[in-house]
Design a protein around this ligand. Structure first.
Ligand code: HAM
Length: 450
């Protein structure tokens, strides 16, 4: 039996010393998307299984092999944990009549996703995506806008060596001829294809192209490419996308082998690939899905989007040594000796927190030595000790934990101003010019953020 203190295979905890990195990339992703007008949506972690079958596709590996099924009661509706973010967003957009509002509708999300894949570096069973979904426009400009959202995020984070690969997989019209060509090609290898791909041969031969079995993927290398079968409209659209990317000086490569692993795509598809990810090199995948809204019961509406894998994004940042701002450290640790001092420490702590400082005091009923050890461990910038004599004199010594320097401070409201002054000026010994410190305090009083 699995050890209950071990997280399920293919999942990972984001612990206290790591969470700031996640807060940072999620904030950057959402703020960047907001610059383009994308607003966040949150949809359930599980949806009807049939939603995924009809959107991601019955014949895809994701639905056939990787879904986590959820059944609350025997014999009742079958649900699935979301393997990706698009299906739930499209369902929600239809259900909430969002397409009746202003178009284009620009949505974005951060979500957990679940796929029962073989775990390896950059491939998990629970992973996280940041994605955007844009509803309404059919123009090539919209494709480029969506690509730009992803590219801007990578640029904002200072990432290097991420290349853009694009392709067009056409519309249902031009795909008829392509399917026929694929079928004819794969039929020659009928005796070698895996059982799943044999089933796909008649129904959905494009799915054979992204089968992960080594034999099928070797055979797929010689298959006809979709770009040779595009209709005039799809060709023109793709030319429009390429022309705009060129005009914007965005380098890209046309890779006719990109077909994506999900069924809903039409026309433009794209992937951002990193050289820092090893086998799982795709950090972002997306494209158009002009038929999906209608297919799920909404009014015919063109749409497109992408999703970035956040674990992979962090792997790249780590490999490239991108610095992530470290979390706030404790401004002041207030140590206390005795019950009355502990009450005073509690009072001062809360007074200073109300002013926006990060303050800690003893919660473990420890001796002063152990309290100071803790203050050191958490890297507190300043400390003070309150005991009987401090309570009596209503004064204490505020210690700069780096330089060891101390100043005397009053244990009343004036402590707030003192702390503003020293945290802003950096350290105690810089506090020579009271006038300028007063100026800084004024700045705070006017709402300047610490
Ligand atoms: P996808 O290519 O299946 O597309 O996934 C998008 C990204 O999620 C991948 O490029 C990768 O970074 C990350 N990812 C996928 N599977 C895993 C995994 N097992 N472990 C870690 N990361 C993973 C979609 O999901 C589409 N919904 C994207 C989209 C949005 N298309 C249009 N709108």
């Amino acid at each position: 039996m699995a050890n209950i203190t071990t997280a399920p295979r293919g999942t990972q905890d984001i612990i206290t010393t790591e969470s700031y990195k996640w807060q940072f990339i999620e904030k950057m992703a959402l703020e960047n998307a907001a610059l383009f007008g994308f607003k966040e949506m949150r949809t359930p972690t599980f949806e009807q299984m049939s939603l995924f079958k009809r959107s991601v596709g019955d014949d895809t590996d994701v639905v056939q092999k990787e879904m986590y099924e959820v059944r609350a009661e025997k014999g009742k509706d079958l649900y699935g944990l979301k393997p990706e973010g698009t299906a739930g967003i499209v369902r929600s957009v239809i259900q909430n009549n969002l397409l009746k509002g202003a178009l284009p509708l620009k949505t974005c999300y951060v979500t957990s996703c679940f796929r029962h894949e073989r775990p390896q570096a950059g491939r998990l069973r629970e992973f996280h995506q940041f994605g955007v979904e844009l509803f309404g426009p059919g123009s090539p400009s919209a494709d480029v806008e969506v690509i730009l959202v992803a590219k801007n995020l990578f640029d904002m984070l200072g990432l290097k060596n991420i290349s853009l690969n694009i392709n067009s997989i056409g519309c249902p019209e031009c795909r008829k001829d392509y399917h026929a060509a694929l079928k004819a090609y794969f039929e020659q290898y009928k005796d070698k294809l895996c059982p799943t791909c044999l089933e796909r041969l008649d129904k959905n031969p494009m799915r054979i192209l992204d089968c992960k079995s080594p034999v099928c993927s070797e055979i797929a290398k010689g298959a006809p490419v979709v770009t040779d079968y595009l209709c005039d409209e799809c060709k023109e659209h793709f030319d429009g996308v390429k022309a705009r990317l060129k005009a914007l000086n965005i380098s890209f490569e046309v890779n006719p082998k990109i077909v994506r692993g999900l069924d809903y795509y039409t026309k433009t598809v794209f992937e951002f690939i990193s050289t820092d990810l090893g086998a799982q090199a795709t950090v972002c995948g997306g494209g158009r899905y002009d038929g999906l809204v209608e297919q799920l019961g909404g009014d015919p509406t063109k749409a497109l989007g992408f999703a970035v894998g956040l674990e992979r994004l962090l792997l790249i940042m780590d490999a490239q040594g991108v610095t992530i701002p470290t979390p706030e450290v404790c401004d002041l640790y207030i140590a206390s000796i005795g019950e009355d001092a502990s009450i005073k420490a509690c009072e001062l702590t809360n007074m200073l927190r109300a002013e926006g400082f990060y303050i800690e005091c003893d919660l473990m009923d420890r001796g002063v030595k152990a309290q100071m050890k803790y203050a050191n461990k958490i890297g507190a910038k300043y400390s003070m000790v309150i005991g009987d004599s401090e309570l009596e004199s209503k004064k204490a010594r505020l210690k700069d934990m780096t330089s060891g320097e101390e100043i005397e401070v009053a244990l009343d409201e004036s402590l707030t101003k003192k702390l503003y002054d020293i945290t802003l000026s950096g350290q105690i010994n810089k506090l020579t010019d009271e006038a300028s410190a007063d100026g800084l305090y004024e700045l705070f009083a006017k709402g300047f953020n610490k």
